[in-house]
Design a protein around this ligand. Structure first.
Ligand SMILES: Nc1ncnc2c1ncn2[C@@H]1O[C@H](COP(=O)(O)OP(=O)(O)O)[C@@H](O)[C@H]1O
Ligand SMILES: [Mg+2]
Length: 156
């Protein structure tokens, strides 16, 4: 994995970063968001959605598993895999979303990627840690093809 850059972000800055990503991320980008409950994963996804121009409210898709938002600049596919079994995740065929063949190519964002039986070949990896009640420590890294995106993504 390439560059790792830690940022300490309060809520407005984390939301600003997410909106920037929603404007900047290309179709085909896969964003894996690691972090405990309350770390800010869904908050980040909501901000990415805002940057994409999605006005529909984005909630955690815990009961629907995959939520598709098609009204923005490009589609947003939001997964929340919390506590799914490997076979349940396989049955969702998440690879169809990042292969972009059977669905329109868009941005795939995955909460709880620990539950993916197989990682995509290429992805951005976000790690969120609660630093203080108001601050989150965000680390961003990328596999080979996503690495050229990093400098822009870190400068909202
Ligand atoms: N700097 C921050 N970044 C993100 N969320 C924050 C921050 N400070 C406080 N929060 C709060 O933490 C909670 C994060 O919840 P959520 O995004 O649902 O987390 P997760 O999806 O990781 O379980 C929200 O209530 C949010 O307002
Ligand atoms: Mg969540």
């Amino acid at each position: 994995m390439g560059t790792h850059l830690p940022l300490n972000l309060d809520l407005p800055r984390l939301q600003q970063l997410g909106r920037h990503w929603g404007k900047a991320l290309p179709a085909g980008a896969v964003v894996l968001i690691y972090g405990d409950l309350g770390a800010g994963k869904t908050t980040l996804v909501q901000s990415i959605g805002e940057g994409l121009g999605i006005t529909e409210p984005i909630q955690s898709p815990t009961f629907s598993l995959i939520q598709e938002y098609l009204e923005g600049r490009i589609p947003l596919y939001h997964f929340d895999l919390y506590r799914l079994l490997p076979q349940e995740v396989r049955d969702l065929h998440p690879e169809l979303y990042w292969q972009g063949e059977e669905v329109a190519p868009g941005i795939v964002v995955i909460e709880w990627p620990e539950y993916l039986p197989d990682l995509p070949e290429e992805y951005l990896k976000v790690e969120l840690v609660v630093a203080t009640p108001e601050q989150r420590r965000l680390t961003l890294s990328a596999t080979t093809l996503h690495q050229p995106l990093l400098p822009n993504l870190l400068n909202p």
